[in-house]
Design a binder for this molecule. Structure first.
Ligand SMILES: *Cc1c(COP(=O)(O)O)cnc(C)c1O
Length: 361
């Protein structure tokens, strides 16, 4: 695949930017978007940046019926020096292609997507908020657009990238959340689509999420789909525990989504000298560690919240209050280090951040 030239059509009007103290997650979008089409004859073609606008599609477009779609999520930050920084964007594009593979969507050229992403951000740079905890969320996604009601991989697709200035993912910010362990519904099974970032996984998760929210919990902790015994992940985050002096996280098992934050956390913790173990962990085993006073911290990891300390886990009739419901030392240190690297305030010894260089338009 060769990198394609991206055409740019600038918007003639500019929307009003939101006040940074009123930012929610994913409700406001910038002035422009990236769009690229796929057809069997031409492959991926016509990458362009256009004013943010609705897209017109045939009601028979396959995505509406069978959900053949994938997405990604990453963030851009403005450093104190005014540099626009992206955190490990190549990993997201690599994962987009892995999701594409699982969903029978044609592979995209990583360089074209990265170039499109950088150009778009450069154009809408003024939308990057700077207040603590804020950033510009980037949502690349692909939908199947062929008008056809047969069940088969679509012959037409669109890839879009949209941008949204965001505040903290949780209203609580970096404060501990309450999570309910889900013992009835499941998110994914090995062999299914759990390792792909695809819309259907989220559709499948809503029911449990709705029940948990009505009981005062912010998300659910999923158990494995076969025995409902082994810990998988939280809503849109991977999960870590500090048990005794070890950090434990569920091993990638074919149904867990491989988070880029998860990967970064493992690298950092090992660099700091912690022993990090990726293994199968049962909920009983976790409860036993809690009862023995050995469960010292629990936290979720994901692009949206970065690090989300867990103050309480509810499992059946048990309420596990972790670290007195306070943010743990490791969660705090990870949050500060990762967001510091993302914003260019802390030395990036792993070369994780990429600068969006000034593109002449
Ligand atoms: C995106 C996602 C994550 C976190 O991945 P990051 O790359 O760290 O943002 C975890 N679990 C699920 C189900 C996800 O969709």
């Amino acid at each position: 695949m060769t990198k394609q030239t991206i055409s740019v059509q600038l918007s003639t009007t500019k929307k009003q930017k939101p006040q940074t103290d009123q930012l929610e997650f994913g409700r406001i979008f910038t002035d422009h978007m990236f769009i690229m089409d796929y057809s069997v004859e031409r492959g991926w073609h016509d990458p362009k940046i256009v004013p943010y606008q609705p897209i017109e599609m045939d009601p028979a477009a396959m995505v509406y019926h069978y959900g053949q779609s994938v997405f990604e999520g990453l963030k851009a930050y403005l450093s104190k020096e005014g540099k626009v920084l992206l955190f490990r964007p190549k990993k997201n594009i690599e994962r987009l292609n892995q999701s594409n593979n699982r969903l029978c969507i044609p592979q995209v050229d990583p360089d074209t997507v990265l170039e499109g992403l950088k150009t778009l951000i450069q154009i809408d740079k003024e939308w990057i908020p700077t207040a603590e905890g804020t950033s510009l969320y980037i949502r690349p996604f692909i939908i199947s657009t062929e008008p056809f009601l047969g069940v088969a991989p679509s012959k037409m697709y669109k890839l879009l990238i949209i941008l949204s200035p965001v505040g903290s993912y949780y209203k609580e910010g970096i404060h501990p959340v309450k999570i309910a362990v889900e013992s009835e519904f499941v998110r994914a099974v090995a062999g299914g689509t759990g390792t792909a970032k695809t819309a259907g996984n989220y559709a499948a998760s809503l029911k449990a999420q709705e029940v948990a929210e009505s009981l005062g919990f912010s998300q659910v902790l999923w158990l494995d789909g076969v025995e409902r015994k082994y810990i998988e992940e939280v809503g849109s985050m991977n999960i870590f525990f500090k048990i005794n002096d070890e950090i434990v996280t569920p091993a990638l098992n074919g149904s867990i989504l491989e988070g880029i934050t998860r990967n970064s956390v493992i690298y950092l913790l090992r660099q700091w000298g912690y022993s990090v173990i990726e293994k199968k962990i049962s909920i009983e085993e976790l409860f036993a560690a809690y009862e023995a006073g050995q469960l010292e911290e629990a936290f979720g990891t994901g692009t949206a919240a970065v690090i989300s300390p867990i103050g309480e886990l509810m499992w059946k009739e048990h309420h596990l209050v972790i670290n007195n419901g306070q943010t743990g030392k490791i969660a705090k240190q990870l949050y500060e280090t990762i967001t510091g690297i993302q914003k260019g305030a802390i030395q990036d010894s792993f070369d994780w951040t990429i600068e969006v260089d000034s593109i002449r338009l």
